[in-house]
Design a protein around this ligand. Structure first.
Ligand code: GLY
Length: 357
């Protein structure tokens, strides 16, 4: 087992290892003296992992309640949010009790937001069961739900008290879902860790524990400095600016991981064409991404993505910030103008046109 400690507004451990769920009750008992633990999960994960979690919690002396939501992004909704709050209230869950989020990003984000707001805040534990949740969404305290105007538009920064990442759960994922999470892993190598990038050229499954530990250590270092996402945390958005536009334009039929994969490769294509990154860097990002069976191109045109990007919540005034990688293992900001060409400025339209060539 590897442990990575986060020192944000809360200090907490991320434990990563094979078979950790079997003993999750004992681990939580060392930290928390709740009477009742409410385990929130989805219908897919419930079939695979819920009984071992509830057994371990019960053996540790907790009263255990379970709450199962339908799988998929549609559960990150106002309806599910209020239904879970009602469930907690009906069962007289108090502020000294505990929530557990057992599942992927949807379960983690919803449960985390309920934990942040129920009785003005109740502790929760993250137990990620997807690669994406293990390396990204379960760490760093971003919680929230979607509203019709957009994804994640309502939420809170609220850190868990513990993250237990049982790598055996990842073996139950379909290959495409596993690879989807690998897009975020490739992102960490690109922006912060050339050695991790090299590791990823070998099969990932046998080394998944050290890879996850490396990714969450990078995220930990960033979150420790900028928990509320006003500065350096934006570097975690490499590939996401074009990626989010593709997700939205496809009405989310392109998954998050696929969209980030395309976003990383396309922005590097643009940087190489604009003379800001080398051909070698672009090809390295493209080839590693393709090796994980992730897409590296999109059929959407610059016009189709342009409008979505100019309404991006990360836009500030007339500028939009891209994260770019000139050399694998480090990243920089590139601010572009969303107005038409003035002088030598790089505009969003130019970036998009070059990206999609
Ligand atoms: N997923 C990006 C972040 O946590 O900031």
């Amino acid at each position: 087992m590897v442990t990575v400690t986060v020192n944000a507004s809360k200090t907490y451990d991320i434990q990563i290892g094979a078979g950790l769920l079997i003993n999750c009750g004992e681990k939580i008992k060392m930290l928390h003296h709740a009477k009742t633990v409410v385990v929130v999960t989805d219908d897919n994960v419930a079939k695979l992992h819920l009984s071992k979690v509830t057994q371990s919690l019960t053996s540790a002396g907790y009263q255990v309640l379970t709450y199962v939501i339908p799988h998929g992004e549609q559960s990150k909704s106002r309806e599910q949010y209020f239904a879970l709050l009602d469930f907690l209230a009906e069962n007289r869950i108090t502020r000294t009790d505990l929530l557990v989020a057992l599942g992927g990003g949807v379960v983690g984000d919803l449960t985390g937001f309920v934990a942040a707001t129920y009785l003005r805040g109740i502790d929760f534990v993250q137990m990620p069961t997807t690669v994406l949740a293990a390396v990204d969404s379960s760490v760093g305290g971003k919680t929230g739900i979607d509203i019709p105007a957009g994804k994640n538009l309502v939420g809170a920064f609220y850190q868990p008290i513990l993250v237990i990442c049982d790598t055996l759960t990842l073996n139950t994922l379909p290959e495409s879902v596993y690879n989807d999470g690998c897009a975020e892993i490739i992102k960490y190598g690109c922006i912060a860790d050339a050695e991790l990038f090299e590791w990823l050229k070998s099969p990932i499954r046998p080394q998944i524990e050290r890879v996850i530990a490396r990714c969450v250590s990078i995220k930990r270092d960033i979150v420790n400095q900028d928990e509320r996402d006003t500065g350096i945390r934006a570097t975690l958005n490499f590939g996401h600016t074009i990626g989010h536009a593709i997700e939205k334009a496809s009405h989310f039929s392109v998954t998050h991981g696929q969209a980030v994969a395309i976003g990383m490769v396309r922005i590097e294509n643009a940087m190489q064409r604009l003379g800001l990154a080398s051909q070698e860097t672009f090809e390295a990002v493209r080839d590693l991404t393709a090796a994980y069976d992730l897409p590296v191109q999109t059929a959407f045109t610059a016009d189709e993505l342009y409008d979505t990007m100019t309404t991006d919540k990360k836009r500030s005034g007339d500028r939009l910030r891209f994260i770019i990688v000139k050399k694998i293992g480090s990243c920089e900001y590139l601010d572009v103008s969303v107005k038409e060409l003035q002088g030598n400025e790089i505009t969003l339209r130019t970036v998009l046109e070059e990206a999609l060539k």
